[in-house]
Design a protein around this ligand. Structure first.
Ligand code: FAD
Length: 343
């Protein structure tokens, strides 16, 4: 690991000031925030991230790790631990996709350490990104190429990719957030702002080294999800190579508002398939206003994966993605849902 300066932020203003050189969404910025450290320290040890300064934001935990659930929705502090949120009674009852996406991620030890803010900003598990002995990685070294395109790409993305990068977004929680139309609260040197979670991660567009729309010094302070019947009828289905402690090769977050057999609203996120947390609007359009049957679920899944681009080893992915989505939709249709008068 390379030498770096360590500083503890006493408050949000100091965190933003010390973090000013975090760059504009650049993956390898000169300043990094330390929350749970489970991505950051890992990648520093691998010599992938080489920050000159690490700003510890754990002192902000007490104001920014709270969980508030009310009739209008859910607000999750960005420094809340994954395990705490996964087990919260209101999250379990009214936002099952969120609870499941966190519960099915990583290991118990990691979930006890890692925060929500760090989770959505975790980096890809692409082996060519994580091993600096590979020269060609546009995400690490802009302009160097993408070793994965002609390399071992079994776990790589099939949606939202281009010739500059085919890496896969590895997180689970972000897939639930994008499906549930979450908003995020940000605080930085220019003040506070709120944006759709869907606009946090940038499309690749030939610039895989710029991953997010965060401004220099901006800290994620909270996530917000609106309450509703669709949030209660939501689930997260994760398919992986082994039953626990593994990243998704395919996943689907599904939230449905049903009127009998008819889909009034569908919200669908896909994981394990795409360059960033993926919202499947095409699939939602196929389902809306129609009865949810095996046939309509298959048509929706075909629309969701219609634009898939494969590169050899990952040729199995579109079919796995389709089957995962069909299964998630059929499970969501029949899941027991508590009725709430207060939502
Ligand atoms: C072996 C292993 C298996 C895993 N399996 C899974 C899995 O199956 N599913 C899954 O989803 N994840 C998985 N993970 C990833 C894990 O969930 C993340 O490492 C973790 O959530 C990151 O959170 P953290 O608080 O430790 O972030 P940190 O490592 O502290 O920070 C990560 C990044 O986020 C930035 N950051 C952190 N907090 C903020 C904030 N509030 N505002 C702005 N920037 C911030 C930091 O600057 C840094 O760049 C796995 C990790 C490991 C090591």
């Amino acid at each position: 690991m390379r030498p770096f300066t360590y500083e503890r932020a006493a408050d949000l203003a100091q965190a933003s000031r010390l973090g000013l050189e975090t760059g504009q969404g650049q993956t390898d910025a000169r300043v990094q925030f330390l929350a749970g450290g489970t991505t950051l320290i890992d990648l520093m040890k691998l010599d992938v991230l080489r920050p000159e300064r690490v700003v510890d934001i754990t002192p902000l935990r007490s104001p920014y790790a709270t969980i508030e659930a009310g009739p209008n929705g859910l607000r999750l502090g960005a420094l809340a631990k994954m395990s705490t949120v996964a087990e919260h009674p209101a999250v379990l009852a009214d936002y099952p996709a969120i609870s499941q996406s966190l519960q099915l991620a990583a290991s118990a030890q990691l979930r006890n350490m890692a925060t929500l803010g760090g989770n959505v900003l975790q980096r890809t598990r692409c082996p060519y990104y994580r091993d600096p002995s590979w020269m060609a990685c546009n995400k690490r070294t802009p302009g160097s190429g993408c070793a994965a395109i002609a390399g071992f790409n079994r776990n790589h993305a099939v949606l939202g990719v281009d010739r500059s990068c085919i890496s896969q977004y590895p997180g689970d929680f972000g897939v639930a957030l994008v499906a549930l139309d979450a908003q995020i609260e940000l605080s930085g040197p220019q003040g506070q702002r709120r944006i759709a979670f869907a606009s946090l991660h940038r499309p690749v567009e030939g610039q895989p080294h710029i991953e997010t729309t965060l401004m220099p010094g901006e800290v994620i302070t909270a996530f917000q999800v609106t309450a509703g019947g669709w949030a209660r009828r939501s689930l997260y289905l994760k398919v992986r190579d082994r039953a626990s402690y593994e990243f998704a090769i395919a996943s689907a977050a599904v939230a449905l508002e049903m009127d009998g057999e008819i889909v009034r609203q569908a919200r669908i996120g896909l994981g394990g398939m795409a360059y960033r947390p993926w919202r499947a609007h095409e699939a939602e359009a196929v389902l809306t206003g129609k009865p949810l049957t095996e046939a309509s679920a298959e048509a929706a899944a075909a629309a969701a994966l219609g634009g898939a681009v494969t590169h050899g080893n990952n040729a199995y992915k579109p079919e796995l993605g389709r089957r995962t989505l069909v299964r998630a939709l059929m499970q969501a249709k029949t899941m027991p849902v508590a009725t709430r008068k207060d939502c």
